[in-house]
Ligand binder design. Structure first.
Ligand code: MIG
Length: 817
């Protein structure tokens, strides 16, 4: 890589300050720094001296710019906003960033460099053309920054391997990581997130490399203390987030690239899938068996076999004689229906296949330079591929969902959208990948090369789908699941991590994987519970379901060749464990749904690594087999067979409670019992955990709400339960119900206060049970200052229990000792 490096672009010859920007000219190349917000600086460097044109499909939103003050002193240009600073040395051309206190981070080690890059030097495989397209596409830009010795590097989106990626080299290019699935040493997967946060004692800062081209991070792999940013495309464009905490970085990233969508409530329930429940009878049978076995469920997924010869937006009428009746039967059983849709449109011009015809007529498919549509092979054999970079194509794609919406389909599952394409029919031997040529142009007027748009294929498909559903059914929030994605996909879709294996290693890997997604602003994630490839066994299935209870997106899914993977498939003992795992999911829904609202407001992930909530507890940052679920719960799953106990680290500064026994633990760690069906679940002191009753599906309202109150040392803490109708956009106009509640000191103990409800949404009438966990039984209890009767003391769980009607008024429950 060191050969033919250009001369340094230095020195900087001139600079000017504009409203919220500083533009500097190197001897060769242009540098522009924009304060897109007080806590987000954008840096662009173009060796050619001209910046790339804005793209309609850019993942970055326009934010109101912030003030940037720029001064020069002793050969250094100093820039500052209210929340961060930067300095640029005029002679050396080095840029570095500063906290308001003057702490340096993300400091350049050299000026940016660039040179022509050969295809073989990249990680892009199986490309149909021998070289990168001519021009900017093959100009790689490099920038080296110093890695502080104590910094860990987290995020990077959908990855295998460890939470902390320091010392690795990672590339960003979406591919179908298909059979036999992914494993630990892999690099690219289905989604690309050129985004990370660096965490050191006292400071977290973030970086988003705003390039949809092939790009890479070297995180000290080549040189221990050197971070290298690399991208093709002839321009380096990156955003630096000031932090200073991991939570602040995620907030900044999602302010810039969009907040996560708010899923409908049902989508947080349990989903059952396999490749495929392939007939009307299969689908009805699964729903019915769930009901007969009293196992809660909210959704069943229909994989590719519902279609007629894999033609998207059609049904196989032998398997599903009357799809509307199949869907109605599911709805009757309070089960939602999700259908898969692949981007490949069968290149069928003979049989009056409307999707192909209307797409060809509208010019919606990716075209070769000769004007003929590009084709490749997928499930429907030779297929055409929509150009989702075009606004009119996204519009057309959205409308194609009208029939599915008309049938009552509740959600759309976008698969194969990396896009995944091969060179011949799947059944013919010797199948090879056949990616879209990088030199093909996409977008309105062919504005961009596929080399630039490739990584966005899945994101734009998800966007087109979400927007289509929104237009077709504006009264309901769309729900879209996507396999491929990019930074920004969170605005439109949930995602799963693709084709895993029924291996303990993959159960374990799901934690750093999903935690990393959350740090990249994509909170609604899950993996195939039980494993996709290969046959799972009862113990692994039960352990996975116990963990899956806490996945933001909880779905069991498996390959067409694997054995049945429904909750009852492994005998009554496993079924009982799995039933209670799913029941716990339903009890947690009021909490999880509040977390989904918080994610929608600030990006905060539902599932997150310990470093997110305890950035100051640096000794816990490498822990990846325990995660937080929101700020109140911590789980410690079992990730190996035969294990019935495990070590649990308890972050300092809090009393922790065992969720099952309700009892406090006074230590910084614990060797916890973890029988099958009983993975350790801990509650942080200071929490008011809101639990609902068990119900067959979210179609039944919560009829009993339990407030589990866990006082901390200081008898403080509060929480706001957020509710709405679970389905519509009315929450945007204030149809919300927010109930603030908290813990306050009272005598030698703690009391609970509940504020009056706020907002225009009224939940259905229900009972409220307060369970106040205390060290000793009280002698009496005051409800709103009056002696309460009817309270009890739960001796086993050390809790005072009091029931009342949830009337939405202010209440105070005070124990007397
Ligand atoms: O070539 O639709 O990751 O979840 O079951 C395989 C069939 C295509 C890959 C997805 C998987 C899905 C399967 N699909």
């Amino acid at each position: 890589m060191d050969e033919n490096l250009p001369e340094s672009p230095c020195p900087i010859q001139s600079w000017v300050s504009q409203a919220s920007a500083c533009v500097a000219h190197y001897a060769q190349g242009l540098l522009r720094i924009d304060a897109v917000a007080a806590d987000i600086l954008r840096v662009r460097f173009a060796p050619s001296g001209r910046l790339a044109p804005p793209r309609s499909w850019s993942p970055v939103l326009d934010l109101p710019p912030a003030g940037l003050s720029v001064t020069e002193e002793d050969g250094v240009v100093r820039m500052s906003t209210d929340a961060m600073g930067a300095t640029l040395g005029l002679e050396c051309g080095l840029l570095q960033f500063l906290t308001p206190e003057g702490q340096v981070f993300a400091a350049d080690l050299g000026a940016p460099l660039w040179r022509e890059v050969a295809l073989e030097e990249t990680g892009m495989e199986h490309m149909p053309e021998p070289e990168l397209p001519a021009g900017d596409a093959r100009i790689g830009v490099f920038l080296q920054k110093r890695m502080a010795p104590e910094e860990g590097y987290y995020g990077f989106g959908q990855r295998t391997g460890q939470l902390n990626r320091r010392y690795r080299r990672l590339t960003n290019w979406t591919i179908d990581k298909s059979s036999p699935g992914h494993s630990r040493g892999d690099d690219n997967m289905y989604q690309a997130h050129p985004m990370f946060m660096a965490v050191r004692p006292g400071l977290a800062w973030g970086l988003y490399l705003n390039s949809t081209w092939y790009s890479a991070f070297d995180l000290g792999a080549a040189d221990e203390e050197v971070l290298t940013l690399f991208t093709l495309g002839g321009e380096l464009d990156y955003f630096v987030f000031a932090g200073p905490t991991p939570a602040a970085v995620v907030e900044q990233l999602t302010r810039l690239t969009g907040r996560p969508m708010l899923p409908p409530l049902w989508a947080l329930g349990y989903h059952q899938s396999r490749w495929s429940y392939g007939t009307d009878a299969d689908v009805r049978g699964i729903a019915q068996t769930f009901r007969e076995h009293w196992i809660p469920i909210d959704a069943i997924h229909l994989d590719i076999d519902y279609m007629d010869g894999y033609r998207i937006f059609t049904w196989d009428r032998n398997r599903f004689p009357e799809p509307s009746e199949t869907i109605a039967a599911l709805h009757e059983a309070q089960v939602r229906a999700v259908t898969i849709v692949d981007p490949g449109v069968k290149n069928d011009r003979e049989t009056g296949y409307r999707t192909a015809e209307s797409g060809l007529a509208g010019g919606h498919f990716i075209q070769r330079p000769d004007g003929e549509p590009f084709t490749g092979w997928v499930w429907p054999d030779e297929s055409l591929f929509p150009d989702f970079c075009r606004g009119a194509t996204r519009q057309w794609w959205g409308e194609l969902h009208a029939d599915l919406v008309g049938l009552g389909i509740d959600g759309i599952w976008c698969d194969m959208n990396e896009p995944s394409i091969v060179d011949r029919p799947f059944k013919v031997s010797g199948v090879c990948e056949q990616p879209v040529p990088l030199s093909i142009t996409q977008g309105d007027d062919g504005e961009a090369l596929h080399a630039e748009t490739h990584n966005l294929y899945g994101q734009l498909m998800a966007q087109a789908t979400w927007e289509g559903l929104e237009r077709l059914r504006p009264e309901r929030r769309p729900w879209v699941l996507t396999r491929s994605g990019f930074v920004g996909t969170q605005r439109w879709a949930a995602s799963w991590m693709g084709d895993n294996n029924a291996w303990w290693e993959h159960l374990e890997m799901s934690l750093p994987q999903l935690a990393s997604m959350g740090l990249c602003g994509s909170p609604h994630v899950g993996v195939d519970i039980g494993g996709f490839y290969q046959n799972t066994v009862g113990e692994l299935y039960a352990r996975w379901m116990e963990l899956g209870t806490f996945y933001p997106f909880m779905r069991c899914h498996t390959h067409c060749d694997s054995r049945p993977q429904e909750p009852w498939s492994f005998g009554p003992e496993i079924e009982a464990i799995v039933r209670s795992a799913i029941e716990l999911r339903y009890r947690l829904l009021p909490y999880l749904y509040t977390l989904a609202h918080l994610a929608h407001r600030t990006g905060q992930p539902l599932l997150r690594p310990l470093l997110y909530d305890f950035p100051w507890a640096t000794h816990l940052h490498q822990i990846q087999d325990q995660v937080m679920i929101g700020p109140q719960l911590m789980i410690a799953p079992v990730c190996a067979p035969g294990v019935r106990r495990r070590l649990v680290e308890l972050p300092p500064g809090h009393t922790w409670y065992d969720f099952r026994t309700g009892l406090p633990i006074d230590s910084d760690h614990l060797v916890a019992d973890a029988p099958l069906g009983g993975i350790p679940i801990l509650v942080r002191g200071g929490s008011v955990l809101t639990l609902g009753n068990i119900r067959p599906s979210t179609a039944d309202p919560v009829s009993e709400l339990t407030l589990e109150v866990y006082p901390d040392h200081n008898n403080a803490g509060n929480w706001t339960l957020i509710e709405d109708d679970g389905e519509s956009f009315a929450y945007r106009e204030g149809a919300l119900c927010e109930t603030e509640m908290g813990i306050a000191p009272a005598g030698q103990g703690a009391e609970l206060w509940v504020a009056a409800r706020r907002g225009d949404y009224r939940p259905p009438a229900r009972r409220l049970t307060v369970r106040l966990h205390l060290m000793q039984p009280p002698v009496g209890v005051l409800l709103d200052g009056n002696e309460a009767d009817g309270w009890t003391w739960d001796d086993e769980r050390h809790a005072l229990v009091l029931g009342l009607d949830d009337d939405g008024q202010e209440h105070r429950i005070t124990p007397r000792f």
